[in-house]
Ligand binder design. Structure first.
Ligand SMILES: [Zn+2]
Length: 448
């Protein structure tokens, strides 16, 4: 009788039983999915993170981004400062003695960060990375700060300001948000100009082209490992391919003054964008794009949609340029994932790792892991929210969400016999660390 059951069991396995046989996937996970999760989580916690995208720094450091928050912003539920997870983060990182962020309690945290800032050394943010087992953090900032250790924090500079050399009053006046964003782009362009020794704009397009190319090369020498575009906040991510003569005529007409009509300005930007794609390819400098919903009432989901970039990403002329779809296109993350089929296109899951709860992010990762797992990278999008809640807690939230969601996604895939345990851990290492480390190198900034 016992033997008969064994034979029956064998037949069920061969045909694919409810729990699935090794090498044959099943829609249902094995019963021990929670054990699998715990086992994988332990191993995943030990893998150091390579953070593809963050804005590290103290709250009063205006260089943490080239942009600022719009005048009015609707914060999603999880990123409001009454999210109890931030209390857990502060307890974990600083032994925060309170259970909420009542103003008199939050003061404790703000004072602690103020004290760290006053010391001026780079040990403080290194310790934050150590506590979270983060090895390297790409730092998307206007410029780097002396309190960030160049060995761990590598600079990703901004390229958008080159889009705005002319009189920008029409764009700045188009929405209240653009009224905040555009003057900051003008300021960034003025800083680059000063850096490169220009009092005014170069006399002709050839001069402006050289200024753009040389600034990119110079920033790379100063430690830049990639160039980032927040273009989706300002315009469509669709870039046409205008001839140089058109851009030359527009530059000649508006260099010294006058407000360009919207169509002319866009043509000029499209031309300069393609020049930067070409230069990034020559410099072997990856290009980062904000590809996700953005903050503020006026961010256009349609214009910022990742598929707008498809004509550029699939253009054979640009196969030498590395493109990274920062924030993984969310909420169009499947479109972004499918674009990483192109050999020089990558994505990161920054911002999703803070916006989505682990149960939601698990499903995103489960899909990504089974498409192009050698093209996906961890990212936090850590950012200082205010004096008390800083990039520190933000780093914690992204790391926690990602590690737990990844362990759950992999536990399901192993439990369903889609992949083995060994394969699961190999995929975890690729995503959390190795893909990025291979792409940028693991030396100090600019070592690529
Ligand atoms: Zn960001």
């Amino acid at each position: 009788m016992k033997r008969a059951f064994q034979v029956l069991g064998l037949i069920l396995l061969v045909n694919g039983s409810a729990s699935g046989a090794p090498g044959q996937s099943s829609p249902y996970a094995a019963a021990d999915i929670r054990n699998l999760y715990q086992e994988l989580l332990g191993k995943i916690n030990a893998i150091p993170l390579y953070d593809n995208h963050a804005h590290p720094g103290f709250a009063d450091d205006t260089d943490v981004d080239a942009m600022a928050a719009p005048p009015e912003e609707s914060s999603v539920l999880r990123l409001r400062d009454d999210n109890p997870e931030f209390v857990t983060a502060a307890k974990s990182l600083f032994a925060y003695p309170y259970d909420d962020f009542q103003p008199e309690h939050a003061k404790w945290l703000a004072e602690r960060k103020n004290a760290a800032k006053k010391t001026g050394g780079s040990a403080y943010f290194d310790q934050i990375l150590d506590k979270l087992n983060v090895e390297t953090c790409l730092s998307n900032r206007a410029f780097m700060a002396p309190y960030l250790d160049g060995k761990r924090f590598h600079w990703v500079f901004f390229g958008d300001s080159f889009f705005f050399p002319f009189d920008n009053r029409d764009q700045a006046g188009s929405t209240p948000d653009m009224g905040v964003y555009i003057p900051l782009q003008e300021k960034m362009l003025a800083r680059y100009r000063k850096l490169m020794g220009f009092d005014t704009l170069p006399a002709d397009l050839a001069g402006y082209e050289a200024f753009v190319r040389n600034t990119m090369a110079e920033n790379q020498k100063r430690g830049g490992v990639a160039v980032k575009y927040e273009a989706a906040y300002f315009r469509s991510l669709y870039f046409s391919d205008p001839p140089r003569e058109k851009a030359e005529a527009i530059y000649a007409k508006y260099r010294a003054g006058g407000v360009p009509p919207a169509d002319d300005y866009r043509v000029f930007q499209d031309y300069i964008f393609r020049l930067m794609v070409d230069q990034a390819g020559k410099l072997k400098l990856p290009m980062h794009f904000h590809t996700a919903v953005g903050i503020g009432d006026y961010f256009s989901l349609q214009q910022g949609r990742v598929l707008n970039l498809e004509n550029v990403l699939r253009d054979p002329r640009y196969h030498g340029t590395i493109f990274v779809l920062v924030h993984g296109g969310w909420p169009y993350e499947r479109e972004a994932a499918l674009l990483t089929a192109v050999k020089n296109v990558y994505l990161d899951t920054s911002f999703q790792s803070e916006l989505l709860y682990p149960s939601q992010f698990k499903d995103v990762l489960k899909q990504l892991l089974t498409l192009f797992p050698d093209k996906m990278m961890y990212g936090s999008d850590a950012f200082p929210f205010n004096d008390a809640l800083g990039a520190e807690e933000s780093f914690w939230l992204a790391a926690h969400t990602t590690r737990t969601a990844l362990a759950a996604a992999l536990a399901e895939l192993v439990g369903e016999h889609a992949i083995t345990r060994d394969k699961a851990l190999e995929l975890a290492r690729l995503y959390l660390h190795d893909n990025a480390s291979k792409l940028y190198g693991s030396g100090t900034g600019g070592a690529k």
